[in-house]
Design a protein around this ligand. Structure first.
Ligand code: SF4
Length: 512
């Protein structure tokens, strides 16, 4: 077929053509939609302080929370281990959601299976499904380990994963020594960050205790440092942290490294499993000198377990985004290992400070709304304050009191943060009101903010999870000094584009 015989229309132009316009009109009639004038009137009312008061008085209804459910985090955690197949004990709809959510963000296939519970399972329990599922999954996909998590249905009916896995072994569906880790992830509490935490704890506790003969004192002592990424959806962050540790000359083990699982090469073949923490490395991890978590709020249970069971010291930083937070990370690595911060990183820091100084005039006093998970938000707050941005609305659907206090601690320590307000447990519909009653210049957060930002006429800098509508952002780091440079570049260029878009001819400058 010749090239010019094909007419391509993009989404926008296609839906402006007659058949679609007519179809949309018929739909309006069929649905007895209100008139366009009425719709406009309501839209304007939703922007008023009066509606904001009603909106903030909501008690039982949540509209568009900026979080996902626990098992999604459990799937991400499981993908961080060698040859590991995430297994969702629940309905197919749940795993379809986790897989599609992760696949849309990473643009990668996400191998994960389900016990496919239906009404039968809900009434009689899900043991049969789980045992059959284990048999099918291990036969078809030949994993080195299966990592099971629960979903709402399995939790509500009280399925006992430990007993079910034991019965699967008794029935010979899986051998006595085939590794099956598990965790409970009741989705009606917490969020994806809790699910991640539970799965990492589930896997490392299983792999270190499964033979029942390992005590922390038995693991040979090493100079290694254990790292836990937290719920981190930037594959490039792993490379950046590894580079930093290698510059320090520190040997390390990542307890959960999903950077390769979600960055598979297009080389003509397909594998289910790429990279991940070697299963054999986990039982040696209790012998390391310490464990350092790169997110504190998404690793609480895992760190508690390591301290209590491995008797190993742990420490945690919030996401090291920007200069100050990266300084804290490097000081922590230096404190734990006794090694000085490498000269190369000191030089790199100065280069990023120089870049920051160049961009500062375009950032100073710009008002920003921030949305995300607790750790990433603290990193972003720290970054904003050090570059002169003014965080105004900080919304964290899955934050707690401790996060709120830590956020205010950071904000109140800077003149740029004193007017900021932190909204824990609120949702994106609350934020919508705030964007109209107390406007900002731009917002930082996930793709879920795009409708709010479009309605408020402000740009959105996409940082966090999920990012569905921009490509490859997760392939660039946001942590460390290189990450700071990347975040700075993204933010300042967004604001420069806004400046150009709003400029009159006499201000449409060539040099910014
Ligand atoms: S909230 Fe419950 S039902 Fe919904 S996807 Fe998560 S686990 Fe499944």
């Amino acid at each position: 077929m010749a090239k010019d015989e094909i007419e391509y229309k993009d989404h926008n132009t296609l839906f402006e053509t007659a058949p679609y316009v007519e179809s949309a009109e018929k739909k309006r009639v069929f649905e007895a939609a209100c008139s366009r004038e009425q719709a406009k009137e309501i839209e304007e009312y939703l922007k008023t302080p009066e509606y904001q008061e009603i909106n903030f008085s909501r008690k039982e209804t949540v509209i568009n929370p900026a979080k996902a459910c626990q098992p999604l985090g459990a799937v991400l955690g499981a993908l961080g281990f060698e040859g590991t197949l995430p297994f969702s004990h629940g309905s197919q709809g749940c795993i379809a959601y986790f897989r599609s959510h992760l696949a849309r963000h990473f643009k990668e296939p996400v191998p994960a299976v389900s016990s496919s519970m239906t009404e039968d399972g809900a009434v009689f329990g899900g043991m049969k499904n789980l045992i059959e599922g284990l048999q099918n999954a291990t036969t078809l996909y030949k994993p080195k380990m299966v990592a099971i998590h629960t979903t709402c249905m399995a939790e509500v009916i009280g399925d006992d994963l430990n007993a079910f896995i034991g019965n699967a072994r008794k029935e010979g569906v899986i051998s006595e020594d085939f590794p099956v880790a598990y965790c409970n992830t009741p989705s009606f509490v917490g969020s994806h960050t809790w699910g991640y935490d539970h799965m990492i704890k589930g896997i490392i506790s299983y792999l270190t205790e499964r033979h029942g003969d390992l005590r922390p004192a038995d693991a040979p002592k090493t100079e290694k440092l254990n790292l836990i990424s937290g719920f981190d959806t930037y594959t490039a962050n792993f490379g950046e942290i590894k580079r930093i540790l290698e510059l320090f000359g520190v040997e390390y083990t990542f307890l959960g490294d999903h950077s390769e699982s979600l960055n598979s090469p297009a080389d003509g073949s397909y594998k289910y499993y790429y990279g991940g923490t070697k299963l054999a490395d986990v039982p040696l991890a209790p012998g390391a000198q310490a464990t350092l978590a790169l997110q504190k709020y998404s690793t609480k249970k895992t760190r508690e377990y390591i301290e209590e069971s491995w008797k190993q010291p742990t420490s945690a930083v919030y996401s090291p985004i920007g200069i100050t937070a990266t300084d804290k990370l490097l000081k922590e690595i230096s404190r734990i290992t006794g090694k000085p911060v490498p000269q190369e990183l000191i030089k790199e820091r100065a280069q990023v400070v120089d870049a920051l100084t160049d961009s500062h005039p375009y950032l100073h006093n710009k008002r920003v709304a921030l949305v995300g998970d607790p750790d990433i938000l603290l990193g972003l707050i720290s970054f904003c304050l050090e570059v002169g941005l003014e965080p105004v609305h900080i919304l964290c659907s899955n934050g707690d009191k401790e996060f709120e206090e830590e956020a205010y601690g950071l904000l109140k320590a800077s003149p740029h943060g004193i007017d900021a307000k932190v909204y824990v447990g609120h949702d994106l519909w609350h934020l919508r009101s705030l964007l109209f009653t107390d406007p900002v210049d731009f917002a930082i957060g996930s793709t879920h903010l795009k409708q709010n930002c479009k309605a408020a006429g402000i740009p959105l800098v996409r940082i966090g999870f999920p990012i569905f509508d921009r490509h490859h952002l997760h392939r660039f780091p946001i942590l460390g000094y290189q990450g700071a440079l990347h975040v700075l570049t993204t933010v300042v260029n967004t604001l420069l584009q806004q400046l150009d878009d709003q400029a009159e001819p006499h201000s449409f400058d060539f040099v910014r």
